[in-house]
Design a protein around this ligand. Structure first.
Ligand code: GUN
Length: 293
């Protein structure tokens, strides 16, 4: 079994980006800029946005976090989105989800100009991804494709089973693995909560991608000998042996599955760091596209 060390690879890619930004600056150009909009004070969202800001600083991007009050109206948030759309100094921005319940997430996401939608959530970008046109691909599936590519994992003709159909991970993941590309060219089976014989289907997978959000759901009996296992989940479970009282686990029972597969992503240190890095790659792409105009 070989560990797919996302943390190490993400570090390598961030170094590459930092070098590229250094060259831009030495040529007198401005660095790329990413803005994150955070509405309210949801704990995990604050952590994610803080991490995104730190990543930007590390590679030399400009970044800004717009903290907006929990009780602003949807119209006010739409106004902020419009200002960011029009600001030529901003290459890409994200509106951190979840939004407060009095707002319609979809209406906000659709207001973001597609050429600045580095999350890849706008219907125009989802459509482009489905058609194989150039647009922005959501960070988690983009990070996973990069992880497979840089490890030169052969996916052609393989049976890829995706567990989960969320618009952020499962759906785009299935589309990308089925594309005529490398990585890609898989025979894809997308499974979900209504799938019959989920265990039996997973046990046939050459590549198994678990993105259902249930801690240690994928056991040894669900994994074929020699399979590639990608674990998107990250959950806290109680662990009295730890000082913190908890530890992080994925959707895969790592200890049970690791010996059986050819490659596996650890949690933490697998998909998570690749996701963060993919957002930087999308922002760099947005920057170049804006320079071309
Ligand atoms: N909330 C959890 N993950 C994400 C993400 O990738 N983008 C945004 N905008 N919100 C999130």
């Amino acid at each position: 079994m070989q560990l797919l060390n996302g943390k190490a690879l993400a570090g390598t890619i961030r170094n590459e980006i930092r070098e590229e930004v250094g060259q831009l600056i030495s040529k007198g150009q401005r660095p790329p800029k990413l803005v994150a909009v955070l509405v309210g004070s949801d704990g995990p969202s604050q952590t994610y946005v803080g991490a995104k800001e730190k990543d930007c600083t590390e590679v030399g991007f400009d970044s800004e976090v717009l903290h907006l009050s929990e009780d602003i109206s949807e119209a006010e948030l739409l106004n902020t989105v419009e200002q960011l759309n029009e600001d030529a100094g901003v290459d890409g921005f994200i509106v951190q989800l979840p939004l407060p319940s009095h707002m319609n997430d979809q209406r906000i996401l659709e207001a973001i100009r597609a050429d600045k939608d580095v999350d890849g959530f706008h219907p125009e970008n989802v459509g482009k991804m489905a058609l194989g046109l150039q647009g922005f691909v959501p960070a988690t599936p983009a990070g996973i494709v990069e992880l497979l590519k840089r490890h030169q994992i052969d996916t052609e003709g393989k049976l890829c089973v995706v567990i989960g159909r969320s618009s952020i991970v499962g759906m785009p993941m299935a589309l990308l693995m089925g594309k005529n590309a490398q990585p890609g060219n898989c025979t894809v089976v997308q499974t979900h909560s209504r799938t019959k014989d989920l265990k039996g289907i997973c046990a046939q997978a050459d590549i198994l991608i678990a993105a259902l959000g249930r801690p240690r759901f994928v056991g040894e009996e669900m994994v074929k000998e020699g399979a590639v296992v990608i674990d998107v989940g990250i959950s806290r479970i109680e662990d009295p042996a730890r000082k913190s009282g908890f530890r992080l686990v994925g959707d895969v029972d790592f200890e049970a599955v690791a010996q059986k597969c050819s490659y596996i992503t650890p949690v933490p240190g697998g998909v998570g760091p690749m996701t963060r890095t993919a957002l930087l790659q999308n922002t760099l792409q947005a920057y170049y596209r804006h320079q071309e105009k």
